[in-house]
Design a protein around this ligand. Structure first.
Ligand code: NAD
Ligand code: 0WE
Length: 259
């Protein structure tokens, strides 16, 4: 057992099923002794998330559509009730763009779906950080972690509006890190290589992307959500007490290459 999370509590947003990156992170934290609250979006996945949450002894599972300020406020009120007014960490592992905008040309993204992608995938971190701030302050500090992708820094064919959303998310990490630093709240991102999750499986050309990683990444292999869990366990722990505003790449070194 990894350990190190006894007495720590936190919230995990973005578990949909056992393949979710958020689940890879949650498992690792729970193994270390953390107490977790989970949120899910929509009744369709509620049962799934409740079963997973039960398996790690979670006592709070609640709905949260991150587009709704009321949902976000209610969730952190419930969390404060359940966890005596304090949390140590927040895992944000949420993104969405309309499927039709992850194919074809970025140029054709309509206004409403551009804002939808930025709302769910970037603004939601700001809303959650604001709601989590008093709960972390009550514990003398905290650690916030979000999930990003290289497509926010470089043009990855078909990632399109999600790339623009990730660029916004990455900048938000830095500005949140500055604001919240004085409260000893750290804010970081993990940039993961392609992982076959629900969100990824429906993407045409995913096998091609995996083949490209195998060929070009220094380590010539894929990563999985357990790899992300291990990196998350570090960033959310006191070992990373002086690490904030940064991105940790869990991508077999792919980002380091120029060809
Ligand atoms: P996933 O489908 O398991 O997780 C995405 C989650 O976002 C789901 O739980 C879904 O319910 C949630 N979500 C979508 N819209 C929401 C809304 N309006 N309100 C609340 N929740 C909402 O897929 P995943 O691959 O685990 O994605 C998690 C994060 O990891 C995302 O930020 C994604 O961009 C990022 N990421 C994924 C990969 C990859 O290859 N899978 C690589 C790098 C980064
Ligand atoms: O961030 C992601 C995927 C996020 C995502 C996935 C979907 C699929 C289902 C957001 N919205 C949706 N909407 C849906 O309707 N990744 C990093 C994985 C990913 O997605 C790609 C990639 C990679 C990598 C899309 C195109 C090209 C590469």
């Amino acid at each position: 057992m990894p350990g190190g999370y006894e007495g720590k509590r936190g919230v995990v947003l973005g578990v949909a099923n056992r393949r979710s990156i958020a689940w890879g992170i949650a498992k690792r934290l729970a193994d270390g002794g953390a107490e977790l609250a989970f949120t899910y979006q929509g009744e369709r996945i509620e049962k799934n998330v409740r079963e997973l949450a039960d398996s790690v002894g979670s006592r709070l599972v609640t709905a949260c559509d991150v587009r709704s300020d009321e949902d976000v406020t209610r969730v952190f009120d419930e969390v404060a009730d359940r966890f005596d007014g304090g949390i140590d960490f927040l895992v944000h592992s949420v993104a969405f763009a309309a499927a039709e905008d992850l194919e074809g040309r970025f140029t054709d993204t309509p206004r409403d779906r551009f804002w939808l992608a930025l709302d769910v995938s970037a603004y939601s971190l700001v809303a959650c950080a604001r709601a989590a701030e008093p709960l972390m302050e009550a514990r003398g500090g905290g650690s916030i972690l979000t999930m990003t992708y290289l497509g926010g820094e470089r043009a990855v064919p078909h990632y399109n509006v999600m790339g623009v959303a990730k660029a916004t998310l990455d900048a938000s990490v830095r500005y949140l890190a500055w604001d919240l630093g004085e409260k000893n709240i750290r804010v970081n991102a993990i940039s993961a290589g392609p992982v076959r999750t629900l969100a990824a499986r429906s993407i045409a050309g995913f096998p091609t992307m995996e083949a490209i990683v195998e060929e070009r990444a220094p380590l010539h292999r894929h990563i999985d959500s357990d790899d992300v869990g291990a990196a998350a366990a570090y960033l959310l722990s006191d070992d990373a007490r002086n690490v904030t505003g940064t991105t940790l790449y869990v991508d077999s070194g792919y980002h380091a290459m120029g060809m």
